[in-house]
Design a protein around this ligand. Structure first.
Ligand code: ZN
Length: 601
């Protein structure tokens, strides 16, 4: 038998042979079973994941002599001709080829004639987005009123380039990149059949290198067999793809997670000198940390999560070194880096900088973690202090503000720093809070900018007054509401449940517009208003009582004690020295190796 490339030899012939696209094949099978066939189908997805294979199987299913059927017989002449590409009823047009227009014109002329042998005349147009406007228009005419015996199957990698008028006439299917474990499984099968010895890491590397495309994976295996014969190692695969080995990737990730900057720089040098594709490396690292996030957050790590067995062990171990917030920070930095690398003069420099940033972000303690620890401490610390009643505990540093249960207090400060004691190498530990976006959606008191919130609170009376000038009925109900959060794009306004009806006045319309207008003037940017009920009555009352007192909330980059609500302020604020003797404060300072640099009201 003549040599056949693996991808062709293993091309699926039945719906059930198609790897990783069950959501498409099952739907098509149901349509066939229930005789609910559309005139035109559109298969969307990256190259090499089965679009044309499914189109051909579907054609066979429609035109099989025993069909329409969900399991074409693969024996009749119709099935045979379609598989061989010689069927007169199934025409494959390559949209990317020059004769696309002519073929579509021919199509328009021949479409009215009945099929020669099968039940349907099927036009498969691959890369349909490449058709010229003229060809599209010709196609559209046919699509508007297709004869009942005609089916169109379009395939594309770039659906956004197809005319909406065409898309709207198609039933659309989005094919997925095939998950790594499924590619590995298929490659294993192929290798076994070809009597090729290839270890798990090598298979995994092939799957990684093919980025979810089974055809690419099979071609790569083909290529490897012709280079290396019947025994293939991971190293062979890596050299073909310019990939970094799994072990090296793990090593690099570990250095990032443990903040080993020196190790990172050395490792990048090694990789660069051995000619690895550094942009690819960043993509791989992103994928790696994505997998780590899965392991961190999903209890049962199963194959469906796109993780091969070999990956899970290392990830599980590394999950112990970190937490979700930190890893999210890393993926964000890497995401920015990938974009930048396209245009960077020196990829290596950019990569080094990015990974150093990652390493710092990975070991930095977020405010959230500090607060969690402080809360722990308060629980145990109260007991340790020896039941001193209303004494020191009432004067505790309320670094945690009034953090309600489960609230993840966070990055109000943007950046925050604890000053470290003199003998440590770095004088300042930046507490980088880069994970703001993730938490905006969570219910909380202040997710956004504390300074801006303070500003609005301070100016609230004036704001109400100005709103009242624009919308007469809006001013006074606002006096009983309070901004409770300021985010990039909106201001969250709290209405006490007692004034619920006032909330309705700002859901839309003139009042809301007026308020948004005034807020935009105050903040210097356009913001929307989000109204919600919040327990603010006490706050409002107290605020009115202390109205005269000036708020001192200066932009703080380096506070040792987090912002305090005014009700937390002890009337007789202790001096810095006195705070040092409070047991809880002592413990906090010890825990973070810090010192008090400021005490704020
Ligand atoms: Zn057949």
């Amino acid at each position: 038998m003549a040599y056949q490339v693996l991808a062709r030899k293993w091309r699926p012939q039945q719906f059930d042979d198609v790897v990783g696209q069950a959501h498409v094949t099952e739907t098509l099978k149901n349509a066939l079973k229930n005789d609910r066939l559309a005139h035109a189908y559109l298969f969307v997805g990256p190259r090499g994941i089965g679009k044309t294979s499914i189109a051909r199987i579907f054609s066979k299913a429609l035109n099989c002599e025993k069909g329409p059927t969900t399991t074409p017989c693969d024996e009749c002449s119709s099935c045979g001709e379609i598989a061989a590409g010689t069927s007169l009823d199934v025409l494959e047009i390559d949209g990317a080829s020059n004769n696309g227009v002519d073929q579509v014109r021919d199509l328009r002329d021949t479409v009215k004639y009945a099929p020669t042998r099968g039940k349907f005349k099927i036009y498969i147009i691959d890369e349909v987005h490449m058709l010229s406007t003229a060809a599209f228009n010709a196609l559209l005419k046919t699509l508007e009123e297709p004869p009942p015996h005609v089916k169109f199957i379009f395939a594309t990698t770039e659906p956004e380039k197809i005319l909406p008028t065409i898309i709207s006439r198609c039933q659309r299917f989005d094919l997925r990149r095939i998950p790594v474990p499924q590619i590995v499984e298929r490659l294993e099968l192929v290798a076994k059949d070809e009597k090729v010895k290839i270890d798990d890491d090598a298979l995994l590397a092939v799957a990684r290198g093919s980025e979810g495309g089974l055809r690419d994976a099979e071609s790569a295996l083909d290529q490897l067999i012709s280079f290396k014969g019947k025994k293939i190692s991971e190293e062979d695969v890596l050299s073909v793809f310019g990939l970094v080995s799994r072990a090296l990737l793990e090593e690099l990730a570990e250095k990032i997670l443990t903040g080993d900057i020196e190790g990172i720089v050395m490792l990048i040098a090694r990789l660069d000198e051995s000619g690895k594709d550094l942009r690819r490396l960043v993509l791989e690292l992103m994928e790696y940390f994505r997998n780590l996030l899965i392991v961190l957050n999903v209890k049962e790590v199963s194959a469906g999560l796109d993780l091969a067995e070999a990956q899970v062990a290392a990830l599980t171990r590394q999950a112990e070194l970190t937490n979700t917030d930190r890893v999210l920070r890393l993926t964000r930095i890497l995401g920015e880096t990938v974009d930048g690398m396209r245009f960077a003069l020196s990829r290596r420099t950019l990569l080094e900088t990015a990974l150093i940033r990652c390493a710092r972000a990975a070991v930095v303690v977020s405010l959230e973690e500090i607060l969690a620890q402080i809360n722990e401490l308060r629980k145990s610390g109260g007991a340790a202090a020896g039941g001193s009643g209303g004494g020191p505990s009432s004067g505790t540093v309320k670094a945690s503000r009034r953090v309600p249960e489960k609230e993840t207090a966070g990055e109000d400060q943007g950046e925050m720093a604890l000053e470290k004691s003199a003998e440590t190498v770095t004088p300042v530990v930046p507490i980088v809070a880069e994970s703001r976006a993730e938490f905006e959606t969570k219910p909380r008191k202040t997710a956004g900018n504390a300074d801006e919130l303070a500003k609005l609170l301070k100016e609230w009376r004036e704001i109400c007054h100005r709103v009242g000038k624009i919308a007469v009925m809006a001013g006074s109900p606002l006096l009983d509401a309070r901004p409770i959060d300021v985010l990039e794009d909106r201001v969250v306004l709290g209405f006490d449940p007692e004034f619920e009806e006032d909330l309705g006045k700002f859901k839309s319309g003139r009042n809301r517009k007026a308020l948004e207008h005034v807020l935009a003037g105050s903040l210097g940017r356009g913001v929307a208003v989000e109204c919600k009920l919040a327990e603010i009555r006490a706050e409002v009352a107290e605020e009115q009582a202390v109205e005269a007192r000036e708020l001192d909330v200066s932009p703080s980059q380096d506070v040792a004690v987090a912002d305090q609500k005014r009700e937390d302020v002890s009337p007789a604020l202790k001096s810095m020295g006195e705070w040092l003797n409070v047991p809880e404060v002592e413990k906090v300072l010890e825990m973070f190796n810090g010192s008090i640099i400021d005490v704020r009201a």
